[in-house]
Ligand binder design. Structure first.
Ligand code: GDP
Length: 272
């Protein structure tokens, strides 16, 4: 975990063009209040991610440097408050553009509260990100809030559901409070970063090109993610609305397959 423990705040960006040159980065996403900041802080052994909660930074993409041009990237939490379309649209463009086109992004850490896993927004995120071919690792946070047996049961259920929804997704229990699951998560993220070391174009677990470019990748680089998920810079990639019921934690759609329709389409939900 040493590389994570040396992390430091690098910069906040409001535009992909301002993203730093990067040899590999892992993005953290999740519904607001699921424990994303706490998870980043637990992994890095710092209070880094509370930077992202300071006024003015809440809708920016925050970069934490791991050294050697690798980064943890803290994306704003989704699915919490309602804001006007005019405020929301630019931010959704930024997030959607980042997730679908950022070449150095080697995988997504998706944070969910173990008591309310795989909300409709989470499922849409999984289905929408899947065509990039990049892996996802789900952190089921606040595992300390459940008994060991109850947490294990949810872990198995979520594993089964993501296997049907986005097969290149792994899942684990995590507790920032108890500091449990840290090594397991760090091992996954470390492996992603090592695999993303500047080399050649590879094939990600989803069977699609992982879009790694040889050598260092510049800050604003935009690459189409694949046959199903193309967007272009500036395109409003983020037009979608979750039903109000889907915005509530714990509400489940009829089937995890329900999200398949969102695969490869425009960024599929109302984030705030
Ligand atoms: P974020 O909005 O997703 O970044 O969530 P935060 O990291 O700010 O956490 C939201 C709330 O959940 C805070 O009150 C945290 O103290 C609490 N929390 C976060 N992680 C854990 C955890 O692992 N266990 C427990 N019991 N509480 C947690």
């Amino acid at each position: 975990m040493s590389s994570f423990r040396s992390a430091f705040f690098f910069k906040s960006v409001a535009s992909l063009a301002d993203a730093p040159a990067s040899a590999g980065e892992i993005a953290f996403a999740g519904r607001s209040n699921t424990g994303k900041s706490s998870a980043i802080n637990a992994l890095t052994g710092s209070q880094l991610a509370f930077v992202s909660k300071t006024p003015g930074r809440t809708r920016l993409i925050n970069y934490y440097a791991l050294g050697t041009e690798q980064f943890i990237v803290d994306l704003p939490g989704y699915g919490y408050a309602r804001v006007p379309d005019a405020t929301r649209a630019p931010w959704e463009r930024l997030l959607g553009g980042y997730l679908q086109t950022r070449a150095p992004l080697c995988g997504l850490a998706l944070v969910m509260d173990v008591r309310h896993p795989l909300t409709e927004l989470d499922q849409r995120m999984l289905g929408w990100f899947y065509p990039t071919g990049k892996p996802v690792h789900v952190l089921l946070t606040k595992a300390d809030k459940l008994s060991r047996e109850a947490a294990q049961k949810i872990l198995r259920r979520v594993e089964a559901e993501v296997a049907a929804l986005a097969p290149n997704t792994s899942v684990q229990l995590f507790s920032s409070l108890k500091k449990s699951g840290l090594e397991q998560a760090a091992a996954v993220f470390r492996a992603w970063l090592e695999a993303s070391a500047p080399r050649s174009v590879g094939v990600a677990p989803g069977g699609e090109p992982n879009m790694k470019t040889p050598g260092k990748t510049g800050g604003g680089e935009i690459k189409a993610p694949g046959p199903k998920g193309e967007i272009s810079p500036g395109q409003n990639a983020l037009r979608f609305k979750a039903s109000r019921s889907g915005r509530r934690s714990g509400r489940r759609p009829k089937s995890p397959r329900a999200s398949e329709s969102s695969r490869g389409k425009r960024f599929p939900w109302r984030i705030f």
